[in-house]
Design a protein around this ligand. Structure first.
Ligand SMILES: *Cc1c(COP(=O)(O)O)cnc(C)c1O
Length: 356
């Protein structure tokens, strides 16, 4: 993300904190300004309806519902799949567990039990081992949630065979499956596996338009027509019924049609960043383990939060995701040139902080 800050010496800020910091392009703004709109709560916004139909089509599902955020999409899925007291199984670092403010308990009365994955990925055998027999003491397990790509796993991609293995075990035990596919677009671009080939294993899928695709607002929850109708009622209940939402849906639709293939550039930039970071003293990472647009590394010596603050002053923004963990995410707003510039600033900052 290249932005200028006001002051006597305006300079470029290279923002690698997240792929959510992208700003709408001029063309996208044009599409938004020109969007045909109506009252979507009455089902009368043609742009929202087009976005929902197109999303469902890409994911090979009957229907989809447009929502303000990925958190709402995930939480509507949990609400629609479970009853209060039910148990949801998710990986310990899953966004649903880690970053959604306790919503499964607060909004659905669901408890989460966590499986420990390897970079967010677990197997059918892991699921099998976690399941308990039906017993009046246990909360009934209803739903299994996977995340592809896995955010805290460093943008890791679930292999299709691993998903199929988990799905087989889930089906044997009558469990439902939800996919948090906030970055499913990245997984598909990285592997060449179409989104629908991933989605077919799940009853419901969340996808985000406001991450790497670069739209200002919005996500969608897809599934069967019956499931989406139920989710739509809960969206209204949570205050997520939006009126002339075609204005933002147009940005999402534009992003869907024009910014998916270019995610490959973000993956190349992330790989360059990871390879160069690996050569720096005090930085620990295995570049080969990053397949998409997220790079996570361990920082030796300086506490991550302190270093990130220092780096911020130097014009590069990264995110501290643990006491000695730092995350960098590439996106629409950073070019290969920005990555090269960021690396110089990072190198310099590590040197100044006694790292070489
Ligand atoms: C960003 C993200 C979400 C949704 O986040 P919102 O900020 O609520 O849009 C969900 N899952 C994953 C894996 C994410 O990275």
């Amino acid at each position: 993300m290249t932005q200028t800050i006001s002051g006597t010496q305006a300079r470029r800020i290279i923002d690698l904190r997240s792929d959510t910091v992208t700003l709408p392009t001029a063309e996208m703004r044009g599409a938004m300004a020109a969007a045909e709109v109506g009252d979507d709560v009455f089902g009368e916004d043609p742009t929202v309806r087009r976005l929902e139909a197109r999303t469902a089509e890409i994911l090979g599902k009957e229907a989809a519902v447009f929502v303000p955020s990925g958190t709402m999409a995930n939480q509507l899925a949990i609400r629609a799949h479970t009853e209060p007291g039910d148990e949801v199984l998710a990986e310990a670092n899953a966004h649903i567990v880690y970053y959604e403010a306790g919503a499964p308990a607060a909004l659905s009365g669901a408890t989460c039990r966590c499986l420990t994955g390897r970079r967010g990925i677990f197997s059918g055998a892991d699921l099998e081992a976690a399941l308990r027999p039906a017993d009046i003491h246990f909360p009934p397990t209803r739903l299994v949630c996977l995340e592809n790509t896995h955010n805290r796993g460093g943008g890791s991609v679930w292999p299709l065979t691993e998903i199929a293995g988990v799905a087989t075990v889930a089906r044997q035990h009558g469990l439902r499956l939800h996919l948090d596919g906030a970055r499913l677009w990245n997984a598909s671009v990285a592997t060449g596996v179409p989104e629908r080939a991933y989605a077919t294993h799940f009853e419901s899928v969340n996808v985000c338009f406001s991450k790497g695709l670069g739209a200002p607002v919005g996500s969608a929850l897809a599934g069967s027509a019956e499931f989406v109708a139920r989710a739509r009622r809960f969206r209204k209940q949570l205050g997520g019924g939006m009126r002339q939402a075609g204005i933002i849906a147009a940005g999402a639709l534009f992003a869907l049609e024009h910014h998916r293939a270019r995610l490959a550039e973000d993956h190349v930039n992330a790989q360059t960043l990871a390879r160069r970071l690996a050569t720096l003293p005090g930085v620990e990472l295995d570049p080969a383990s990053f397949e998409t647009n997220i790079v996570v590394f361990r920082l030796d010596g300086v506490p991550a939060r302190d270093w990130v603050r220092i780096l911020d002053d130097a014009g590069v923004r990264l995110l501290a995701t643990g006491p000695n963990l730092v995350r960098a995410v590439t996106h629409l707003g950073v070019s290969a040139t920005d990555i090269a510039a960021a690396l110089e600033i990072i190198k310099d900052s590590l040197r100044r902080n006694g790292r070489s």
